[in-house]
Design a binder for this molecule. Structure first.
Ligand code: GLN
Length: 485
């Protein structure tokens, strides 16, 4: 049977009836990666031998009559800034090119306990800093829909791998949109959970007050399944929440009737591509047809979000990246005569241009004399943005808008202009600043055949509402297009 392109549910159906085996799934997936990934560049490492060994083990378990666990035999790709024990984790940076973590990230550990098959590590922007995957030290990723276009970033390899059926599910990380933007550009589903919903233990820190791990999947139901596995309190991450983890897959059932869908005017202003605007509005009307009540809301501080985010994220990054000093692990420049020279050369040779730009920006906004003017002010604006959402959520249950102002842009189109690149995050960074969950689902194709993403936001810890609405839409208006591979 054709096992490529299946969702978790279908795959499990096939495993249950013995129409296929985990080993067959694993082999077919590895073959497909071998055939297609040289063109795409989605994987930095393919976990071939380990995956095959594990597949055989899982088959033995099944043969012994063990029941399927939530992710048994599901080929999963992991963004390369999420630690995997014994499997190189580079953050797509030269400075970690030789780093083999001695432990698994909690999210990875939980996926393994749930039976997942780790098929490889995916390419991304260096340290997750970027919106196009062009900042990787190990090459760009190409969009499966059009090889001249970016897959979105920073989890570009994860987005491309899911879209091209090189895995069933991928994990990404989202500090300012890095799960949702690639999902939108690649025509798949991307979920950023509430801050604290998923443990950050083992996720290499970028902006610690913004970072969350999230699933990239083909369907909303699969996102619910993965979230159910990875969510929950972890004693190793003190910012993880002990808010109970609902049965997300069970929560998918239900209607949209009575759900109030807020449309913020600020998300449809200048800079929004006409085709994206039209597709998102068509989808909003469809939500209304399904019974949602459309209300207008306001998020008046949206215009300050980019400035606010790029101060807070770079400030935190400059501090988090101080640990790469060539002493304990990672790359070290050889031949330096003094400690200082070793530090300087290690960091100069190890980090790419965008990472250096962020460290300099972050160091500047935290420096004496500028701290109040930039960092402290940005924190205040962040509070105003949180308040905008709190206010809006008194009038609606979900907030809808585009995921990105444009469809996937051309490789190289924005690399010379960092500000233009930062502007592609305009709609995604708000959720990170406010700490709320948001999901991107595909709702159409542009005239040029590129996917268009719609984004939904919910209140803190209301992933179930978010998933239910997205699922209702997907059921009624399935996105059945496939990239021309
Ligand atoms: N594009 C944003 C940035 O470069 C977001 C990246 C992310 O979510 N990791 O910071």
């Amino acid at each position: 049977m054709e096992i490529i392109g299946l969702t978790i549910d279908r795959l499990h159906g096939a495993l249950r009836t013995r129409a296929t085996s985990v080993t067959e799934v694993c082999r077919r997936t590895l073959e497909r990666i071998e055939a297609l990934d040289p063109r795409l560049g989605a994987f930095l490492i393919v976990n071939r031998d380990q995956a095959l060994r594990r597949a055989e083990e899982l088959d033995r378990d099944l043969a012994r009559g063990e029941p399927l666990r939530p992710l048994t035999g599901v080929p999963v790709a992991i963004k390369d800034n999420i630690c995997t024990r014994g499997l190189r984790t580079t953050c797509a940076s030269k400075i970690l090119s030789n780093f083999i973590p001695p432990y698994h990230a909690t999210a990875v550990e939980r996926m393994l306990e749930a039976g997942a098959l780790i098929i490889g590590k995916t390419n991304c922007d260096e340290f997750a800093m970027g919106s196009s995957n062009e900042n990787s030290a190990f090459g760009v990723v190409r969009n499966p829909w059009n090889a001249e276009r970016v897959p979105g970033g920073s989890s570009g390899g994860s987005g491309a791998a899911v879209a091209a059926d090189l895995c069933v599910v991928a994990l990404g990380s989202d500090t300012g949109g890095s799960v949702r933007l690639p999902a939108a550009f690649c025509g798949v589903v991307g979920l950023k959970p509430t801050y604290g919903r998923v443990s950050r233990y083992g996720l290499v820190a970028y902006g610690s007050s913004l970072d969350q791990i999230g699933p990239i999947t083909k369907t909303v139901a699969d996102a619910a399944r993965v979230l159910r596995v990875i969510a929950g309190r972890d004693p190793r991450d003190s910012t993880s929440s002990n808010h109970p983890v609902p049965d997300y897959p069970a929560a998918l059932a239900g209607e949209l009737k009575g759900v109030r869908l807020g449309v913020p005017r600020e998300y449809f202003g200048p800079g929004l591509d006409e085709e994206v605007r039209a597709a998102v509005w068509q989808a909003i009307h469809r939500f209304a047809d399904l019974g949602a009540e459309i209300v207008e809301v306001q998020l008046p501080h949206t215009e300050y979000a980019i400035a606010c985010y790029y101060i807070i994220a770079t400030a935190e990054a400059s501090s988090n990246l101080a640990r790469y000093d060539g002493v304990r692990y990672g790359y070290r420049a050889l031949g330096a005569k003094t400690l200082r020279e070793m530090y300087r050369r290690t960091r100069n040779e190890g980090f790419g241009a965008e990472v250096k730009r962020r460290i300099m920006l972050g160091t500047y906004v935290l420096s004496a004399g500028y701290y109040d003017a930039y960092y402290l002010k940005a924190l205040k604006v962040r509070t105003l943005i949180e308040r905008d959402f709190r206010e809006a959520f008194t009038r609606c249950d979900l907030i809808v808008g585009p995921t990105s102002p444009t469809v996937a842009f051309r490789l190289g189109e924005k690399t010379a202009d960092p500000l233009a690149m930062y502007l592609s995050d305009i709609y995604t960074i708000m959720a990170n600043l406010a700490g709320i969950p948001a999901i991107s689902i595909p709702v159409g194709l542009s005239r040029e055949g590129l996917p268009i993403g719609l984004q939904l936001h919910a209140r803190h810890f209301e992933e179930a509402t978010l998933l239910r609405a997205a699922h209702a839409y997907e059921r009624a208006f399935p996105f059945s297009h496939k990239p021309p591979l």
